[in-house]
Every structure is written in C-alpha cells, then in structure tokens.
Design a protein around this ligand. Structure first.
Ligand code: HEC
Ligand code: HEC
Length: 463
C-alpha cells in the first residue's frame, strides 16, 4: 500500500515537473530568440563599416590625447635657453664635479625641495639599490642618474661630453604632477594633474648662480630677486611677478599663489584663480612667459604700462620667435588642451569622510548655505562667466586687481580632498576647509551651527 501511494506521488511529481520543464524551455526559447535577435542587430551594426568621418574623429581624439600627455610630461618648449643658458640652473644641479658650480644637488636636497621621482622610470639597478638602502642620497651623481633616466618629474637635464651637465629645462608636470609615494616619500607612481604642493619653486630658482636677467627685467638687484623667490615657500609660484613686478601684498605677505590642480577643468569657461583665459590661452601664456619656451604669444591687454609695467617694457604682449628660434609652442596647444580636459578630478578614498554627515552637508550646500548659487553642481563653478569681485566673497582685491578682469573665478571644487596641503583660496589664506566654511558663515551671515558647518566640510571632502 505504501508503495502504491509512493508510486502515485512520484507519478504526480513527474507530471508536474514535465509541465515545469516545458514552461521553462518555452521561456528559454523566447528569451534566447530575443537575445539572438538583439545580438544579430548588434552584429549587423558592428559588421557595417563605421562612417568614414567617425573614424577620422576617433583617430584624431587618440592622437591628441597621446601627444598632449607627452607634451604635458616631457616638453620643455625650448625653455632650456632660459633655465639653462640664462639662469644657469644646470650649473648648480651638477655642481663643480660635473662642470658646474658649488656642491651640486643631491637626491636628498631634490626631494626636500619637493621634486618627485617617477618610480616607473627609475632603472631596475637603481631601484634595487634604493630598496637595499645602498644609494648615497647625498651624492649629486645619483640625482644626475635619475635625471638621465627621465625619472625626475618635470625636469630635463641635457648632458654633454664627459658627463658635463650642459643645460636643463622644465615641463608642465614640474608643478602640475606629483607621485603617490608608493615606493617612498616623494618616489612613486605618477599622478598627472595633481598640484605639487611640496614643490618649492622659489627655492629651486634661487639656486641659480645668475639671476641677473630677472633682476634686469624687474629693475632690482639680484639679492632682492633672491629674497622674493625665498618668500614664496612650498606649493606656490607667482605667475604675475614678471608682469607687474609686485612681489608682496599690502599686508607684507608674499604675492605668490598656490599651484592649482590641472584636473577637472573640462566644462569650465575661464581658468586660473583670476580667470585670465581658458586652458589654451593660459598654456600659451605659461609656455612663453613663465617657462620661457620659444613660441608665439599675443595679448594686447598686457600692453598697459600702468597695470603691467614689466610686461609692457619687455613686450610680453606680443612675443614672436626671433632669430634662430622657432615656434615650439603653438603646434602643441590643441593636444595639450585636449589632454588636460581629459584628466578627471580624483575620487576621494573610501573612509576619508563621514558619508552620513556629507549627505546632510549636500542639502546645506544646495540649500540654506547657498553655496551652489556660485558652485553649481556638477561643475561646481558657474556655467557662463564665473567671475566675482573680492567684496562678493568677502576678501580683498589685491590678486584680482593683478588680472585683466579684476575678479576671482569661482573655483571648481571636485577633488578638493587631494590638495588640502597649503590651504584654500588662491593664496592659501584659509588653512582648512573648516576655516573656509567659517569665513562664508561670517561673510554671508548664514547662522550655521557648528555641526552644520562640520557637515558642509564633510560634503566638501566627498567631492
Ligand atoms: C612653476 C610652476 C608651474 C609650471 C611649470 C606650470 N604651471 Fe600651471 N599654474 C601654476 C600656478 C601657480 C598657477 C595659478 C596661476 C594663477 O591662477 O594666477 C597655474 C595655473 C594653471 C592652470 C589653471 C588651473 C585652474 O584652476 O584654472 C592650468 C590649466 C595650468 N596652470 C596648466 C599648465 C600647463 C599646461 C603648463 C605647461 C605649459 C603649466 N601649467 C606650467 C604653476 C605652474
Ligand atoms: C558669490 C559666489 C560664491 C559663493 C556663494 C560661494 N563661493 Fe566658494 N568660491 C567662490 C570664489 C570666487 C572662490 C575663489 C576664491 C579664491 O581663490 O580666492 C571660491 C572658493 C571656494 C573654496 C576654495 C577652493 C580652493 O581650491 O581653494 C571652497 C572650498 C569654497 N569656495 C566653498 C564654498 C562653500 C562651502 C560655499 C557655501 C557656504 C561657497 N563656497 C559659496 C565663489 C563663491
């Protein structure tokens, strides 16, 4: 009897599973035919040759990207004529042993002034010796070995007969790249676009044994130039010094600004703290007037003896390659712009901010604290003309007045977490994000509580 029941139950089960299997297979067949028709359509699209002009566009995009990265990292635009031939900085780097002057720059000194070493470019034997701790970090010969391997980010040394250092040049990446310290402090993998806030540009230029050209340009003596350079400190540079000759603010502090990141700039109209122009404007400006490469640069706004006496005297409003110089800048501007616009702002590391507080901070940012009236997400600056007087953001006009529009540009805020060293605002006047928020709370009379200000800060750290 038991067996009978069992057989009956088994039979029922089989009948049910047969139905189930049937339904399932049916569903599968339909699903499969849907998938295959989708695949078919896709394959059809893939088989068809891409529109010829689409191919032209994508090849151009790849070319520009590759060329732009190379220019950003490696191109000196012929500026060794300035950093080497004129400033003779190369003599200080090599030192007397390599045909220069003085003791030379040891790896320890190079790292101390914030120069970075790209570990992917360090030759294996040196890497092994570094690991074993057998590299003499006080020997300038080792700096030269790293320079020869193109491992010092943003600096090129040119060597001649008998190992003499004959000249040197600098690249964009000197100031706008750093490394992730994955090997050791100052030695790691390259991070293009990140501001090098350790780099003491002033101290590096002050190593030059001959600052007479800058002194002549500014109509001061060399020791004045040297003291101005030494007033900048790490992470700063003064891009307007050679235009207006102003080295100090009215309060006596240095007129240098922070080195900003060169990432997250796509979609922004104007660049630099005071909105001098767009990326290609500024790249031509920097390559010609700051790095002193060999190129063409035109800006009649600088032909103003009142506002830009140094630039007006020196003719910086109309720079053309003369004599045996050829234009090594103009042909690279398109690719250089393309590459910079491709560099995204880096996302904050997990756990680097309080997520729940950041969510509440976002509500404040776009609501009661009114931050998003200027810092419009997701650009975090105004689409359009993002320029403000000092009074509008509760600060002085000194730096704004050194620029054509006499205004400050609303800084895009993505990736803020990655450049906290050196502080915030163009001159780093606010040491922390908390200080920035307290400033706005006071100036805009926002009446935020301490915990609300903290939530805003956590949100800023999350961008
Ligand atoms: C010696 C250091 C240094 C070098 C080299 C340098 N820059 Fe800069 N860069 C700065 C400083 C400082 C600023 C801020 C200037 C200002 O706003 O007044 C700046 C600003 C910028 C900005 C504007 C960023 C923003 O937030 O809008 C871009 C883009 C830029 N640089 C790209 C370049 C490129 C490309 C090169 C190479 C052609 C280059 N820089 C070389 C120091 C440097
Ligand atoms: C009226 C327009 C305006 C408003 C409103 C505004 N900002 Fe700004 N913000 C600016 C400008 C302009 C700058 C650049 C100031 C400078 O570099 O000196 C700036 C700079 C900053 C910076 C520094 C970025 C850096 O890299 O140094 C932070 C952070 C910031 N704002 C956050 C906020 C927050 C938070 C609020 C709301 C409480 C806010 N802003 C409201 C215009 C504005």
């Amino acid at each position: 009897m038991n067996t009978d029941r069992l057989t009956a139950a088994w039979g029922a089960l089989r009948a049910r599973s047969a139905t189930a299997i049937l339904v399932l297979s049916f569903t599968c067949v339909i699903a499969l035919s849907l998938v295959s028709s989708e695949l078919h359509a896709l394959r059809g699209r893939r088989n068809a040759a891409p529109a010829p002009f689409d191919e032209v566009i994508s090849e151009r995009a790849e070319d520009l990207f590759r060329q732009g990265a190379r220019t950003f990292r490696e191109d000196t635009f012929g500026d060794e004529k300035f950093w080497g031939d004129t400033l003779k900085l190369h003599l200080a780097i090599g030192g007397a042993r390599f045909g220069g002057v003085g003791p030379g720059v040891s790896p320890a000194t190079a790292l101390a002034v914030g120069l970075k070493v790209d570990v992917d470019k360090v030759p294996q034997p040196i890497l092994n010796a570094l690991k074993a701790g057998t590299v003499d970090l006080n020997d300038p010969a080792n700096t030269l070995a790293l320079l020869d391997a193109k491992a010092v980010v943003g600096v090129t040394a040119i060597r001649g007969a008998g190992g003499r250092v004959e000249s040197m040049g600098v690249q964009c990446s000197l100031c706008h790249s750093t490394v992730d310290d994955s090997f050791a402090p100052g030695i790691g993998r390259r991070l293009d676009g990140w501001a090098n806030r350790d780099l003491n540009v002033g101290a590096i230029i002050a190593l030059s044994p001959d600052l007479s050209s800058v002194a002549t340009l500014l109509q001061v003596d060399q020791s004045t130039v040297r003291s101005v350079l030494n007033s900048w400190g790490p992470g700063k540079f003064d891009a307007a010094l050679l235009l207006d000759g102003k080295a100090f603010r009215p309060d006596g502090k240095s007129a240098a600004t922070l080195i900003p990141p060169a990432f997250g700039l796509a979609g922004q109209n104007l660049h630099t703290f005071t909105g001098w122009g767009s990326v290609p404007y500024w790249n031509a400006f920097v390559a010609n007037l700051e790095m002193h490469g060999s190129g063409t640069f035109v800006d009649p706004r600088l032909n103003d003896p009142e506002r830009f006496p140094v630039a007006a005297r020196a003719g910086f409003f109309d720079v053309r390659p003369t004599g045996d110089h050829v234009d090594k800048v103009t042909s690279k501007l398109a690719a250089l712009q393309f590459y910079q616009l491709a560099i995204p702002a880096p996302a904050p590391p997990k756990g680097s901010f309080d997520e729940r507080a950041a969510e509440r901070g976002e509500t404040l940012f776009t609501g009661a604290a009114r931050c998003s009236t200027c810092h419009v997400p997701p650009l975090f600056s105004e689409p359009g003309w993002a320029m403000h007087t000092g009074a509008e953001i509760g600060i002085d006009d000194f730096q704004a007045d050194r620029s054509p529009d006499r205004r400050y540009r609303t800084t895009p805020l993505k990736g803020l977490w990655s450049h906290q060293k050196g502080g915030f605002y163009h001159d780093g006047r606010f040491a922390t994000l908390t200080a920035v928020v307290q400033h706005y709370n006071r100036v805009f009379n926002l009446r935020l509580t301490d915990s609300e200000m903290n939530e805003l800060v956590e949100y800023l750290k999350s961008l």
